[in-house]
Design a protein around this ligand. Structure first.
Ligand SMILES: C[S@@+](CC[C@H](N)C(=O)[O-])C[C@H]1O[C@@H](n2cnc3c(N)ncnc32)[C@H](O)[C@@H]1O
Length: 473
């Protein structure tokens, strides 16, 4: 360890900032925020700085450090800064010299401020770019509401110590509560919400229970069309804090890998002809897991409310009074349209767009074909590969021109994406010759003609090796 990490309590303690420029000012501001009595010494004129304890408009003097707990040398003059550092050594006063980590006796870390929760990062000057990168990532991952939660915990600390005197038992009480539902990233994360959840947990606390069933929570989360970078921030936070993840076939493998390493993984994938788990069993599984007190993430491809049966799953949860939330995901239509350069609406080509399912039931596709005749409407068809011939024939028979541009997008947004462009009349023949691999999406309408000029995504060479699939299958 290059440095000894510590947080300093500086309330009402004298600290000195040498210099008055912008570097000196923002360091002085941070010290003032921490409650220090900040003196600034500089020959420059006094800057506007709220909360400054005193300003000495004069040169730094060798014996100045004697009166201070710590000093920051931020003059903009390297020689003078070095002189300050040297004087501090004489008086054993800790000194930070701006832009000279080696000479400094303490570092100013990068911080993530969710006060009273404070996270400090430092590489001891070895890799500042890495520190900044990590800070940005953590900043995104730690919800702003953690500040309110930390305050709440402080407020109730004594009460909970009285209720649960043993430290080990207290840890058992806090762990599931802090992960969820207290810390679940939701729109309702407000001080009142935290207070309510904590009161409920205190009132229902049972020292003999293995797991507190009141903590069960289900998040129905859309994982997007395939590219893991299209995951929402909230989805990522939930995946990383879940106890159990119940996931589908069309969830990317790399998204499932983002879980906590001790999280339980349950596959509920439904291949077209092979229903791994019946929908009613999945619905019941979510209820049972929540009743056992788990934080469950039900991970679905695309968006849970678009051909995802998400509605049925939360209906069952609602019936059993299980708390839940729904996190939208990017649906296949949006993902495939974006990654193929086919805008679903366009002033010159399509004034509306409809999403339909081409799923075959007893060999038939149950759609209102008359509604799909409008040549200014884009039709996006999910699950349309098996019924492709029938779809194209039906659309032509109700009046859509057989030269209407049509695209079949294979494994959209992934490195295996392929786009087959043709017309309503000829697409089935093109697809037949192409060894197409699911999942696929059909886009029909004049907007498809824009692909040629607007395509931008260059996927890797499509692989014919099925083991390279991007999805969980
Ligand atoms: C059961 S539906 C689920 C749709 C999902 N809830 C959504 O919002 O995208 C599955 C169908 O979505 C389409 N699909 C999903 N991901 C896709 C992808 N990456 N590329 C092409 N089609 C996709 C395919 O038509 C697939 O058969």
């Amino acid at each position: 360890m290059r440095q000894y990490p510590a947080f300093l309590s500086l309330q009402n303690r004298d600290c000195l900032v040498v210099g008055a420029g912008s570097n000196a000012q923002w360091r002085a501001r941070a010290l003032i925020r921490a409650g220090a009595l900040v003196t600034m010494v500089s020959t420059e004129t006094k800057p506007q700085l709220e909360g400054l304890h005193q300003y000495l408009e004069r040169s730094f003097q060798q014996d100045d450090p004697a009166d201070y707990w710590l000093v920051i040398a931020a003059t903009g003059d390297e020689d003078l800064n070095a002189e300050v550092t040297k004087a501090c050594e004489t008086y054993r006063t800790f000194c930070h010299e701006v832009n000279n980590q080696e000479a400094s006796s303490f570092a100013l870390p990068a911080i993530i401020d969710r006060s009273p929760l404070l996270i400090a990062l430092s590489s001891g000057g070895a890799a500042p770019a890495l520190v900044l990168n990590l800070k940005r990532k953590l900043d995104r991952l730690i919800p702003a509401a953690f500040a309110q939660m930390a305050e709440l915990l402080e407020h109730h600390q004594d009460r909970i110590e009285k209720l649960i005197p043993k430290q080990k038992e207290r840890a058992k009480f806090w762990r599931p509560l802090l992960d969820a539902p207290l810390a679940l990233p939701t729109a309702s994360n407000t001080a009142a919400h935290f207070e309510h959840v904590l009161e409920n947990a205190i009132n229902t606390y049972d020292p003999n229970a293995e797991k507190n069933s009141g903590n069960g929570f289900v998040s129905l989360v859309g994982s997007g069309p395939g590219d893991p970078d299209l995951l929402t921030l909230r989805a990522l936070q939930l995946i990383q804090s879940a106890d159990v993840i119940v996931y589908d076939r069309l969830v990317s493998k790399s998204i499932v890998e983002m879980r906590r390493k001790d999280a339980q993984l349950l596959y509920a994938g439904k291949a077209k002809s092979e229903h791994t788990m019946a929908q009613v069993s999945i619905n019941q599984l979510l209820v049972d897991l929540a009743l056992e007190g788990h934080r469950v993430v039900r991970l679905k491809g695309g968006d849970p409310f678009i051909f995802g049966r998400g509605g049925e799953e939360i209906e069952t949860l609602a019936k059993h009074n299980i708390p839940f939330q729904v996190v939208p995901g990017i649906t296949a239509a949006s993902g495939c349209a974006a990654f193929t350069g086919i805008p679903l609406t366009h002033r010159d080509h399509a004034q509306s767009c409809v999403f339909v399912t081409g799923h075959l039931k007893n060999g038939e596709i149950n759609l209102n074909w008359q509604d799909l005749r409008d040549p200014t409407q884009t039709i996006v068809i999910y699950m349309g590969l098996s019924g492709l011939n029938q779809i194209c024939e039906k659309l032509i028979s109700v009046g859509r021109s057989n030269v209407t541009p049509a695209a079949l997008v294979e494994q959209g947004t992934t490195p295996n994406q392929r786009v087959h462009i043709s017309t309503l009349g000829e697409l089935p023949e093109v697809v037949k010759k192409s060894n197409v691999r699911a999942p696929t999406l059909l886009i029909i309408g004049n907007v498809v003609s824009l692909h040629q000029s607007l395509r931008w995504f260059q996927p890797e060479q499509a692989s014919t090796d099925s083991s390279s699939s991007h999805f969980s299958e």
